[in-house]
Design a protein around this ligand. Structure first.
Ligand code: MF3
Ligand code: CO
Ligand code: CO
Length: 281
């Protein structure tokens, strides 16, 4: 059901038949369909279970977050809820990351490190949670608005959420990754916001970050073709100013170079026979 047939177009977007392109290379990897990009139904079920837990943990964050709460307290909640449910927090010690979740406030684009700073009225903050449950990864993030925020901040949070939804609407067999990026970029730029290039969505499920890279900008019909059984994230980072980012001296925290606000929402998805299924809900 999930197989790419030998005469189908290759998943990589080359326009060549699968047998003339990646079929033999994929076989060497010894996976179903010889292709790391296509998950089995059992793998999808495992990723969904993990994704459900990720979503429940974000619900708990939603219940406790507010002015006066420190990002370390959010981190402790994510860690304890993860362990309580028999899972592992994927960020902890991932390439040396020191905490169990990423908390990215205001001009922080992504990979903010929880600390003892308390959230204050007017902040916007992304909390990014990834569980490993029975070996499967579920990756999702949401924005939270603290107290009364500026109208620009509110609009940025809304538009970034719409960007994720619009990206998800492009997910179906035969569409390309360029279609996802194109529609996200159109929407963000129509609101005079910009789309971060430096960080992307990604294949996910058996590892934290797998191919393909899912860009949030692009051209219709360009890039790899989507096939049923592909599992990946869409996680557009939208900036109020320019899309340029830099990484602080902690080697993780990515901020906008012009200090403008940034917002992001993320889901883990699977391509189905007819469209898309969100695995982190
Ligand atoms: N969860 C992030 C993502 O969406 C990755 C965080 S990597 C970490 O891809 F090391 F910072 F946790
Ligand atoms: Co991700
Ligand atoms: Co994430």
């Amino acid at each position: 059901m999930n197989d790419i047939l030998r005469n189908d177009p290759c998943w990589c977007g080359s326009g060549r038949k699968y047998k003339k392109c990646h079929m033999y290379a994929d076989r060497d990897k010894g996976r179903r369909n010889r292709n790391i990009l296509i998950k089995t139904d059992a793998q999808i079920a495992g990723i969904r279970k993990s994704g459900n837990l990720t979503c429940r943990i974000l619900d708990k964050v939603s219940d406790m977050i507010g002015a006066g709460v420190t990002t370390n307290e959010i981190n402790e909640l994510v860690q304890s809820e993860t362990v309580k449910n028999g899972a592992i927090a994927a960020p902890l010690n991932y390439l040396g990351f020191p905490k169990s979740t990423c908390t990215s406030i205001n001009e922080v684009v992504c990979h903010g490190i929880p600390e003892d700073r308390a959230l204050v009225d007017g902040d916007i903050v992304n909390v990014d949670v990834t569980c490993i449950l029975d070996g499967f990864y579920g990756d999702a993030s949401r924005m939270f608005i603290i107290g009364k925020v500026s109208s620009e901040a509110k609009r940025l949070v809304e538009v970034s959420r719409e960007c994720l939804e619009i990206g998800i609407q492009q997910v179906k067999p035969g569409n390309t990754f360029g279609d996802i990026g194109y529609h996200i970029q159109q929407h963000a730029e129509s609101h005079k916001f910009s789309v971060v290039r430096k960080f992307t969505g990604h294949g996910v499920g058996v590892e934290f970050h797998e191919p393909p890279e899912v860009q949030h900008v692009g051209q219709p019909g360009q890039g790899p073709v989507m096939h049923p059984g592909m599992v990946f994230t869409i996680e557009p980072m939208i900036n109020a100013g320019t899309y340029d980012c830099k990484i602080l001296s902690d080697n993780w925290t990515a901020v906008t170079t012009d200090n403008s606000l940034s917002a992001q929402w993320e889901h883990t998805l699977v391509v189905t026979e007819t469209g898309v299924d969100i695995l982190t809900r």
